[in-house]
Design a protein around this ligand. Structure first.
Ligand SMILES: [Zn+2]
Ligand SMILES: [Zn+2]
Length: 244
């Protein structure tokens, strides 16, 4: 038998598979133009609104109106957040909102790679990171949903950048009311004592990852716990930033 027959057979099997199942956009499921498997189609990509140039230099809150000078928002000026900076891929509106919802509630777990890749590209490349930590879900909620979307994003970012991820470090110990059901000032109270660390840290620079940031109460509560537990610094990366 001719050497190399098997690889050729394998290759044509792959080609046949691609012919039957051409690479599809994970959001609209439309066929992708040639190669980009695992990416969004140009239409979906164009529908994602990037974070505007004018945003808070700490919490990434988008500023209304034009202009491109970034400065601190009034909230960050009044009460500096515990984290260093928030990196956000885009605005929690339109197609990105839709993508995050599908990812969260419709079990479209296939979205994790494509979203994670976009998130990775929006994080400063000069950041010093020792540890990637996803915002955890409480166990009961995790059972209902069967996966934590923040963890899937964190895994993709850690894999792409060769960072170490510790998904068991930060745990959510109490069931809290859903944040989006509460008015802004109730959110902080709701999260008090909701997170703890499984082990002490010794000066590690942490990258905390979540899917959506609205008021920032959740990432602030997590950052506080990480810093109190010995983290050297906490930077935050979120897929979508809401203009609250
Ligand atoms: Zn699409
Ligand atoms: Zn701010």
């Amino acid at each position: 038998m001719e050497m190399g027959g098997f690889p050729r057979l394998k290759q044509s099997a792959v080609q046949l598979f691609k012919l039957i199942f051409p690479p599809a956009c994970p959001l609209c499921l439309g066929t992708l133009p040639s190669k980009g498997a695992g990416d969004f189609c140009p239409t979906c990509l164009a529908g994602f609104k990037p974070l505007p140039k004018a945003h808070c230099s700490c919490c990434s809150l988008p500023f209304a109106g034009a202009g491109n000078s970034s400065h601190l928002c009034s909230r960050c000026l009044k009460k500096p957040p515990p984290y260093t900076q928030v990196y956000a891929f885009g605005l929690y509106e339109d197609s990105l909102r839709e993508a995050v919802h599908q990812f969260k509630f419709n079990r479209k777990v296939g979205l994790d790679r494509s979203l994670g890749r976009l998130l990775e590209q929006s994080i400063g490349s000069d950041l010093n990171i020792d540890l990637v930590v996803p915002v955890p879900l409480q166990r009961k909620r995790l059972q209902q949903r069967s996966y934590n979307q923040a963890l899937l994003l964190a895994r993709e970012v850690a894999r792409t950048r060769s960072y170490t991820m510790d998904a068991g470090l930060l745990v959510k110990t109490k069931e809290t009311a859903l944040q989006h059901d509460l008015p802004a000032r109730e959110r902080e109270k709701n999260l008090h004592g909701a997170f703890r660390l499984e082990r002490q840290l010794s000066g590690e620079d942490v990258l905390l990852i979540d899917d959506v940031m609205t008021t920032g109460a959740t990432v602030a509560a997590c950052s506080q716990v990480l810093l109190a537990g010995g983290a050297g610094s906490v930077n935050v990366a979120v897929m979508a930033r809401a203009a609250r």
